[in-house]
Design a protein around this ligand. Structure first.
Ligand code: KVW
Length: 843
C-alpha cells in the first residue's frame, strides 16, 4: 500500500457532501439494479440468492455511509468527550435486517424488492452471523453499541477482527463436533478497511533506560518483534436518528520492513513464516466462556487490542490537539469489558511516559481518570491471571510498569493498615507461589476510577467477597449497572407480529423508551387483546417448530408448552437439573401417572467449550435422553425433547419469540446477570428461575405471582456446601431416587455402557459446587406449578402479557443511560443533518 499524501494538503470541500440518496421504493430499486448488474455483473440468469443479498446490502450500506460521515463530523466539530468500549468480543450477529429496521427502510425496501421478484426475509436469512463472541458478554457489547447510537452518545467500540469466529457446532451421534467458522470466506460488505490508520504493536525485546536531550531518564522498549494492527470499521446505526457510530476491529499483519529484511537476506520461507506468526494473533476467537485458559496467544490478543486502540485514540488526540494532553483525561474514557483488555492500564502508562514524556504521577493521574472496569463473573476459574514469566517474555516493559504500580499501591495499603502483611499479600497485583502470576482484576481495579458489576446481587457479592479488601479501601469506586438488551433487535426486529400488536395498542414509542410497555398492563382484561396475544404466540411457536423440524427432525406441536433453555453449556447453568426433570416426566409417563398432563416440548441449545469434557458429556446426555423419549410410543406427544445444533444470535431471533417458559436455573450466586432471561421476558415468556443474577430484578419487576421461583438463595447455597450430603438427599426423595436409578440403569445409553458415569458421580459428589441434588425437589415443585398454570390458558396469557409489560427496566438504553450519568458523563451529540449538496443551486 502506498501512503503518499497529496501535495496540496487542504481538504477538498467537494468531497464532503453528496446529494442525499433517495429512500423511496423507486430509488432503492434503481440502486439495487445498479449494484446487481453493474457492480456485481449479474443479471436475470443468475439464480444465486447470494448476489441479490450483496446488492441489497450495498444499497443499505450507502444510506448508512452518508449518516456515518455526518455523525463523525458532528463529533469532531463539537469536540465532545468520548468513550471507547474495549472488548475482546462483539457478538454482532447479522447486520442487514438491523440496519433496515434502524434506518426505517422496511416498507420501501419490501416494495422495491418485490418489483424485482425478491423477498427481504429470504435474502436477510443468507447473511452469515458475525460470531465474534462466546455468549452473554459479547452480545452485551453489541447491544450496548446499538443503544449508544440510538441515544446519540459518542461511544466507539474497539475489538478484534477474528478471521474465525465462534466455532460451528454439529451434533454427531449425540456428541458435539466443532467446525471452524470461516465467516469472512465470502465478501463482508459491513466493514471498511482503513489501512491509513494502522498502528504498530510491540512484542518481546527488552527495556533499556537512556537520558533524553533534557537530561530526563526515559525508558525505551527495544529489539521488539513488531506487528501491524489494521483497522476495519463497522457501522453501528442508531434508531431512525441519523446517527451511525463505529465499531473498529483490528486485524494483525506483518510489518512491511520485516518482510523486506527477510527477503533481502534470501530467507523466503522464513519471511512467509513471520507473516503467519503475525497474522496468527487475530486468527481465531478463543471459545471459552467464563473460563480462563492461560494460552500465550490469548495474552497477545489482549495486548494487541489494548495497544492498538489506545494508540489510535492518543494519536488522533495528538494530531487534533497539537500534542496538548492537558484535556485528554476530561475528554476520554475507556470502558474495559471484563479484565480481557486490562493490559490497557499499563499500556496507557507506557504510552504517556515512554512516548509522550510525561512523569509517573501525571501519567498515573490520567490513567486512573480515564479507565473504568466492568466485572462479569465471580467464578474463580474465570479470573484472569497471567504468569509473570510469560509477561516478562512477551511484554517486558509492561511488567516493569505493573511492578511499579504494585509497589506504590502496596505502600498505600501499608499506610492504611500498618503492619497488616497478610492484607498486603492478599491485595498484591502479583500472586506469589511456585509460578508467580499477575492478577488482572486487581490491576483493573487499582488503575480505574470505577468498578461495576452487572446485576444488583452480583455487585453486592463483589463488594462482600471477591473484592472486599478493595471495597474497604475505596468504597466510592464500586457501583452496579444491571445489564440490559436492545429492544430493537430483540423485540421490534425478531418479533414483528408482537411488534405490530403492541404498537397498535400503545404506539411505537416503546422502541426507544421501553418503560412504555407498562401501558400494556391494563390490557390483560381485554379479551380481544388477549386472544390476539395468544395468536401471535402460536404463530411464533409454529415458526420455532419449523426450525426444530428442519434442524433436528423432531416435531414440536404448537399446543404444547415450549420449555426452552438456550445458553452456553456449563455446569453452573445446570442444564443437568433440566435433564433430570425430563427423566422424571418420562418416568411418570411410563408409570401411567399422566392425569391432568400438560404436554411439553423441551428445547435445548448451546455450545460447550471444546476442552470442557463434562459439558460435552451433558450435551450427549441431552441427546440420548431425547432419542429415548422421542421414540417411545408410550410417550407420544406428551413430551418431546430437542437439542438445536449451533445455537447463535440468528437462532435466538427465532427462539425467544416462540418460547413459553424460560429456564434460568443457575446455582444462586453463580450467574452474574444473564441476558437471555431478559430477551425471553420481553417476548412474553414466563421464567422458571433461581434467585440469581438479574432473575432477582426480573421477579421484582413482574411480581412473584408471575414468576416461578425455586431453589436455595446464594447465602443458603454457601451454607449448604459446608455439609452437603447429596446421597442423603437422593435417598430421602423418591422422585429423585427413581430418576437416578433410571440414569444408572443405563436406560439412556444401552449400547454405550458407563458413558454417563462422570455425570452420575458429579451429582452424588458431596463437593458438587452446583448443588444439583439440593435444588431438585424445589425445581420439580416449581415445574409442577408451571404445568398447572399453563393448563389455564387464560391465566397463562395474562401472565405472559404482564411479563412483557414489566420488561421496561431491561432495555440496554436504560443501562447505557446509567453508565453515562454515573461513569462517562458524555453529552448527547446529534449527527449533522443530511443536506442537499451545497453545489446544487438552492431553490
Ligand atoms: C471469558 C466470559 C468470554 C470469555 C460472562 S462472565 C465471563 C464471561 C469470559 C466470556 N462472560 C457473562 O457475562 C454476561 C454479561 O454480563 C453475564 O450476563 C453472564 O452472567 C456472565 O456469565
Amino acid at each position: 500500500m502506498n501512503y503518499t499524501r497529496f501535495k496540496n494538503n487542504s481538504a477538498c470541500p467537494v468531497l464532503t457532501e453528496l446529494p442525499p440518496l433517495g429512500v423511496d421504493a423507486a430509488a432503492l430499486e434503481a440502486d439495487f439494479r445498479h449494484y446487481y448488474m453493474n457492480s456485481l455483473g449479474r443479471d436475470r440468469s443468475c439464480r444465486l440468492t447470494h448476489y441479490a443479498y450483496e446488492a441489497l446490502s450495498l444499497v443499505v450500506r450507502d444510506r448508512l455511509m452518508e449518516r456515518w460521515k455526518n455523525t463523525r463530523y458532528a463529533y469532531e466539530e463539537s469536540g465532545c468527550k468520548r468513550t471507547h468500549y474495549l472488548s475482546l468480543e462483539f457478538l454482532m450477529g447479522r447486520a442487514l435486517g438491523n440496519a433496515v429496521l434502524n434506518l426505517g427502510l422496511e416498507d420501501e425496501l419490501t416494495q422495491a424488492l418485490s418489483n424485482v421478484c425478491l423477498e427481504m426475509e429470504e435474502l436477510a436469512d443468507i447473511e452469515p452471523d458475525a460470531g465474534l463472541g462466546n455468549g452473554g458478554l459479547g452480545r452485551l457489547a453489541a447491544c450496548f453499541l446499538d443503544s449508544c447510537a440510538t441515544l446519540q452518545l459518542p461511544v466507539q467500540g474497539y475489538g478484534i477482527r477474528y478471521e474465525y469466529g465462534m466455532f460451528r457446532q454439529h451434533i454427531v451421534d449425540g456428541y458435539q463436533v466443532e467446525e471452524p467458522d470461516h465467516w469472512l470466506g465470502t465478501e463482508n460488505c459491513w466493514e471498511i478497511k482503513r489501512p491509513e490508520y494502522s498502528q504498530r504493536i510491540k512484542f518481546g525485546g527488552y527495556s533499556e533506560s537512556s537520558t533524553d536531550v533534557t537530561g530526563k531518564l526515559r525508558m525505551r522498549w527495544v529489539h521488539t518483534r513488531d506487528v501491524l494492527a489494521i483497522p476495519y470499521d463497522v457501522p453501528i446505526p442508531g434508531y431512525r436518528n441519523g446517527t451511525v457510530n463505529t465499531l473498529r476491529l483490528w486485524k494483525a499483519a506483518a510489518t512491511e520492513e520485516f518482510d523486506l529484511e527477510e527477503f533481502n537476506g534470501g530467507d523466503y520461507t522464513g519471511s512467509v513464516a513471520n507473516k503467519n506468526e503475525a497474522e496468527k494473533i487475530t486468527m481465531v476467537l478463543y471459545p471459552n466462556d467464563s473460563s480462563e485458559n492461560g494460552k500465550e496467544l490469548r495474552l497477545q490478543q489482549q495486548y494487541f487490542l489494548a495497544s492498538a486502540s489506545l494508540q489510535d485514540v492518543l494519536n488522533r488526540w495528538i494530531v487534533t490537539e497539537r500534542a496538548d494532553l492537558s484535556q485528554f483525561a476530561e475528554k476520554n474514557c475507556f470502558q474495559l469489558n471484563d479484565t480481557h483488555p486490562s493490559c490497557a492500564v499499563a499500556e496507557l502508562m507506557r504510552l504517556l511516559m515512554d512516548e509522550q514524556g510525561l512523569d509517573w504521577d501525571h501519567a498515573w493521574e490520567m490513567t486512573r481518570a480515564t479507565m473504568a472496569y466492568t466485572n462479569h463473573t465471580l467464578l474463580p476459574e474465570a479470573l484472569e491471571k497471567w504468569p509473570v514469566r510469560m509477561f516478562q517474555r512477551l511484554l517486558p516493559r509492561l511488567l516493569e510498569i505493573i511492578y511499579e504500580i504494585n509497589a506504590r499501591f502496596l505502600q498505600q495499603v501499608a499506610e492504611r493498615w500498618p503492619g497488616d502483611m497478610e492484607r498486603q499479600r492478599r491485595m498484591s497485583l502479583i500472586e506469589e507461589g511456585q509460578e508467580p502470576q499477575v492478577r488482572m482484576a486487581y490491576l483493573a481495579i487499582v488503575g480505574s476510577f470505577s468498578v461495576n458489576g452487572v446485576a444488583e446481587l452480583h455487585s453486592r457479592l463483589l463488594q462482600e467477597g471477591l473484592f472486599r479488601d478493595f471495597y474497604e479501601l475505596w468504597p466510592q469506586r464500586f457501583n452496579n449497572k444491571t445489564n440490559g438488551v436492545t429492544q430493537r433487535r430483540w423485540l421490534a426486529y425478531s418479533n414483528p407480529k408482537l411488534n405490530d400488536l403492541i404498537s397498535a395498542e400503545i404506539g411505537r414509542n416503546w422502541v426507544t423508551d421501553l418503560g412504555q410497555l407498562s401501558r400494556l398492563k391494563p390490557l390483560i382484561d381485554n379479551t380481544t387483546f388477549c386472544q390476539q396475544w395468544q395468536q401471535v404466540k402460536q404463530h411464533n411457536k409454529q415458526r420455532l417448530a419449523d426450525l426444530v423440524k428442519t434442524d433436528c427432525d423432531i416435531v414440536f406441536h404448537p399446543e404444547a408448552l415450549f420449555d426452552v433453555q438456550v445458553k452456553r453449556i456449563h455446569e453452573y447453568k445446570r442444564q443437568l437439573l433440566n435433564v433430570l426433570h425430563i427423566i422424571h416426566l418420562y418416568d411418570r409417563i411410563k408409570r401411567g401417572d399422566t392425569a391432568d398432563w400438560t404436554p411439553r416440548a423441551v428445547l435445548f441449545g448451546g455450545k460447550a467449550a471444546p476442552g470442557y469434557a463434562i459439558a460435552k458429556l451433558i450435551i450427549k446426555l441431552i441427546n440420548n435422553v431425547a432419542t429415548v423419549v422421542n421414540n417411545d410410543p408410550a410417550v407420544g406427544d406428551l413430551l418431546k425433547v430437542a437439542f438445536l445444533p449451533n445455537y447463535r444470535v440468528s437462532a435466538m431471533e427465532i427462539i425467544c419469540p416462540g418460547a413459553d417458559l424460560s429456564e434460568q436455573i443457575s446455582t444462586a450466586g453463580k450467574e452474574a446477570s444473564g441476558t437471555g432471561n431478559m430477551k425471553f421476558m420481553l417476548n412474553g415468556a414466563l421464567t422458571i428461575g433461581t434467585l440469581d443474577g438479574a432473575n432477582i430484578e426480573i421477579r421484582e419487576e413482574v411480581g412473584d405471582e408471575n414468576f416461578f421461583l425455586f431453589g436455595l438463595t446464594a447465602q443458603e447455597a454457601e451454607e449448604q456446601r459446608k455439609n452437603y450430603d447429596p446421597l442423603a438427599i437422593i435417598a430421602a426423595d423418591d422422585d429423585l431416587l427413581r430418576v437416578m436409578r433410571l440414569l444408572q440403569s443405563g436406560h439412556f445409553n444401552q449400547f454405550e455402557p458407563g458413558i454417563f458415569d462422570p455425570i452420575i458421580q458429579a451429582i452424588k459428589n458431596p463437593h458438587d459446587p452446583w448443588l444439583v441434588a439440593a435444588d431438585f425437589g424445589s425445581y420439580l415443585a416449581a415445574q409442577q406449578r408451571v404445568a398447572e398454570a399453563y393448563r389455564d390458558q387464560q391465566r397463562w396469557i395474562r401472565m405472559s402479557i404482564l411479563n412483557t409489560a414489566a420488561g421496561g427496566k431491561f432495555s440496554a438504553d436504560r443501562t447505557m443511560q446509567e453508565y453515562n450519568e454515573q461513569i462517562w458523563h458524555l453529552q448527547q451529540v446529534p449527527a449533522l443533518p443530511i443536506r442537499q449538496d451545497s453545489l446544487e443551486p438552492a431553490d
